[in-house]
Design a protein around this ligand. Sequence first.
Ligand code: G1P
Length: 296
Amino acid sequence: MPQKRMKAVIPAAGLGTRFLPATKALPKEMLPVVDKPAIQYVVEEAALAGIHDILIIIGRNKNALANHFDSVPELEDKLKHKGDHGRLKRVVESSDLADIHFVRQGEPKGLGHAVLRARAHVGDAPFAVLLGDDLIDERDPLLTTMIDEHEARGATIIALMEVDPEQIHMYGAAAVEPTDDADVVKVTGLVEKPSKEDAPSNLAVIGRYVLTPQVFDILERTEPGKGGEIQLTDALQELATSDGDGGGVYGVVFRGRRYDTGDRVDYIKAIVQLAADREDLGPELRPWFKEFAATL
Ligand code: G1P
């Protein structure tokens, strides 16, 4: 199965300034969402889609990330000794998910630059990119759908989601044309973080991509764009509008559950939603949420 061989890239080199001081010594990807670091959800999502080779692009503070996905024999022995199989399983799970590699970004020159750092590891093959600020509910298998679309069309596939036009300035926005599939659109243009007036639609790029390797050549020559950074969106805009051999760009329109952990309010909402949904925590939390809401 070709999808078994696809590699995934997770950029995790951001400074996490919105979460200071929590992110002073800890990468923001390690902040817990209920009881797992945010990045573990993303690695689990890739593993569920059949991807077992993952490259994490890191900035400073690499150690916590590397340690998290490594085994901790002394902790495992202790839990084994105590007969605490539940916790043991949870500890072992995070180190058994995938073959995880790391590369440093060096300078924080933007998402496009981070993705380009994956070139040597990925080689001349399609690959997935997952951004850690977007968590996709495991009951809504977006990445698997995207890989299937990629295999059917031989094209670059991005995930799109309708957002309130007031929010489009926080995302890449897509100009699209319909296809014969209601959930798939042809992407004819992309703009990074446009104003509401300049946005070609309210279809926002959410952080999942299945890219063809042609993107690397384009990224090599992509000039800094919005915010002075090398933008992945700008490289994809070129891929969407050029007649080269990249196969074009299509968007899978996602209508499932997505949790944003990018800023503090969304992060808190994500924790509340995910905890309320959990079988082990939900029954105790849900009535309390109601009681608490009534006091507001
Ligand atoms: C990045 C991308 C943007 C995309 C967003 C999704 O922006 O540049 O196109 O819409 O992720 O989360 P960031 O949020 O990292 O600034």
